[in-house]
Structures are given as structure tokens and as C-alpha cells.
Ligand binder design. Structure first.
Ligand SMILES: NC(=O)c1ccc[n+]([C@@H]2O[C@H](COP(=O)([O-])OP(=O)(O)OC[C@H]3O[C@@H](n4cnc5c(N)ncnc54)[C@H](OP(=O)(O)O)[C@@H]3O)[C@@H](O)[C@H]2O)c1
Length: 267
């Protein structure tokens, strides 16, 4: 299998590093290119043994999957670069937020199969939640193969294309929202008289441990919370204070704003 990444930035590297760690592919199945940061590609060649090139014919010939991994506003320049060099077997996988399958088809001037995916940076530790949607021309065999690739760095879920805005907000941007919450928790915890480094380490372990509990347990999250909330106890006192604030409304606003922005970017 040959997989090419156009763009080797934060998200692309999370995916190809995740792919290599998963052992589904070996580094020689993967090729990288970018606009001009050749030193970055040399680093990946040295560190991960991944080849790179700026020759599009060499890259696209026999490529099964071609990841479009630039920022959305750089897609026009990427499309200009490759549109005349596309090969019949190239399946395009866009990770760009907000650019529709039709826009990709039009700019690349191609009828080749196209999928859009919305991963998150947890791909780097094989824990991405990845939304995926396919163009009609994507056949079942390639869909299965792509699911295997995506599942090697997390869990992939097929959604209708117009639902990718929600996926972008909830799980694409989601890690940043959770990091922000943890930052506030750490800031508050350091006011409680413990050393900042200890608090930071303790809260990281708290988050990791809670994640493992979610993974291991079949109980609803609400039930897990109730199981540790005794009547008249400390947890109940803290939760009562928390419930004075409109936490759900805060997250509703956060997600609505992210979805709105995703739709604006698509216009
Ligand atoms: N970050 C996230 O959490 C996240 C989550 C889901 C989806 N996404 C999507 O992922 C995409 C990439 O985001 P990112 O954060 O990884 O961006 P990034 O770190 O800025 O990387 C962008 C890459 O695109 C390359 N590039 C730009 N123009 C190009 C061209 N004409 N031909 C080839 N390569 C070109 C850049 O090369 P140079 O370095 O040489 O300029 C760079 O390697 C975005 O569209 C975003 O919507 C991101």
C-alpha cells in the first residue's frame, strides 16, 4: 500500500506517527511532502524512516490514499499543484475542516473517490475519535481498507457529510476544550495550599485514571459519579457548589460557537 501526505504539520504527523506505532503499516508505505519546510521532512526521514519528495508525479503514481492535510486556506494552492497529475487509483482523504467533497472535486477537477475525515490529535496515541464521510464513488473494498487504517489510530465513525460540523466541534476541537477545563481545575487546585508541580502531576494522573475507569466500566457516567457521591460527604459538598453554575449551558455555547465557525469556514 502507498499512502501520501500532502502536508506534514500537527495533524498529519499525529496520524502518520500513530499509523507507524500501530504496526498496521511500515514507514516505507508512507510518503510525505509539504510546501517548503524541507528540514521538517528530513527530520521525519531520520526519526521515522519515512521517505519524502517534492515530485508530484513520483508521489501520486501508484498512491492508493492521498491525504490532503494542509490548512483549509492553503487548499487552493495545493489543488493547483496536483490537479493535472492525479492518477486513476488515487483515493483522496481530506482532513481539512470545512471544505466539502464537492469543493474538493471541483478544485481538483477529478471524479476520483474522496473521503473527508475529522480526526483529533489523540491520533498520536492511537486514541483519535475520527468522523468519516465518503463520496459515492468510494467502493466498499476501499471503505473497509480505510476504516482499518483509521481504526489503527483510534475509532472511526461514519456520519453524513453535513454532520461533520458537529464532529469537528465535539471531538475534533474537543481535546482543546477538555484541556482548558483541566487547566482551570489545576489553577483552582494550586490555591488549596499544595505545590504547583505536585498539583500538576496529581491532576494529570487523576485525568488518566478517570479515563481508564471510563474505558473499563460499563456503567453510565452519571452512575460512576453517583457511586462516589455519599450523602453528606465531601464530594456531594463540592458537586453542590458546582451545580450552582450553568455548566451545561457553558458547554452548549462552546459547542454551538465551534459548529457555527465550522459552517462559516465552509462557506
Ligand atoms: N490540529 C487539529 O487538532 C486538527 C483536528 C482535525 C482536523 N484538522 C485539520 O488539519 C489540517 C491541518 O492542520 P494542522 O494543524 O496540521 O496544520 P499545520 O501544522 O499548519 O500544517 C499544514 C501543512 O500543510 C503544508 N502545506 C501548505 N500548503 C501546501 C501545499 N500547497 N502543498 C503541500 N503542502 C502544503 C504545510 O507545509 P509548510 O510547513 O512547508 O508550509 C504544513 O506541512 C487543517 O485543515 C485542519 O482543519 C486539525
Amino acid at each position: 500500500m502507498k499512502i501520501v501526505f500532502y502536508g506534514a504539520g500537527n495533524m498529519a504527523s499525529a496520524i502518520f506517527e500513530g499509523l507507524i506505532s500501530s504496526s498496521l503499516l511500515n514507514s516505507h508505505d508512507i510518503y510525505l511532502t509539504n510546501r517548503s519546510s524541507e528540514n521538517q521532512l528530513q527530520d521525519y526521514q531520520e526519526k521515522l524512516n519515512i521517505r519524502y519528495s517534492y515530485d508530484d508525479i513520483e508521489l501520486l503514481t501508484d498512491a492508493d490514499y492521498v491525504f490532503l492535510a494542509t490548512k483549509p486556506y492553503d487548499f487552493d494552492s495545493l489543488a493547483e499543484r496536483i490537479k493535472d497529475k492525479i492518477q486513476p487509483g488515487n483515493h483522496f482523504i481530506s482532513i481539512m475542516a470545512g471544505i466539502s467533497i464537492n469543493q474538493i472535486k471541483t478544485k481538483l477537477q477529478t471524479q476520483n473517490p474522496i473521503a473527508r475525515i475529522m480526526p483529533n490529535t489523540n491520533a498520536q496515541v492511537q486514541q483519535s475519535v475520527t468522523g468519516i464521510t465518503f463520496s459515492e464513488s468510494f467502493d466498499a473494498g476501499h471503505k473497509d481498507e480505510l476504516f482499518k487504517i483509521l481504526n489503527s489510530f483510534g475509532t472511526a465513525l461514519e456520519v453524513e457529510e453535513d454532520k461533520l460540523h458537529q464532529v469537528t466541534a465535539i471531538t475534533g476541537s474537543g481535546p482543546a476544550f477538555l484541556y482548558y477545563m483541566y487547566e482551570q481545575y489545576i489553577k483552582a487546585a494550586t490555591k488549596m495550599g499544595l505545590d504547583k508541580d505536585h498539583v500538576d502531576a496529581a491532576v494529570r494522573n487523576l485525568i488518566i485514571g478517570t479515563g481508564h475507569m471510563l474505558e473499563a466500566s460499563e456503567l453510565e457516567i452519571e452512575q460512576l459519579r453517583e457511586n462516589i457521591t455519599s450523602k453528606g460527604g465531601t464530594t456531594k459538598a463540592g458537586l453542590d457548589a458546582l451545580k450552582k453554575y450553568p455548566v451545561e449551558d457553558i458547554f452548549t455555547d462552546c459547542l454551538e460557537q465551534a459548529i457555527k465557525r465550522s459552517k462559516e469556514l465552509a462557506d
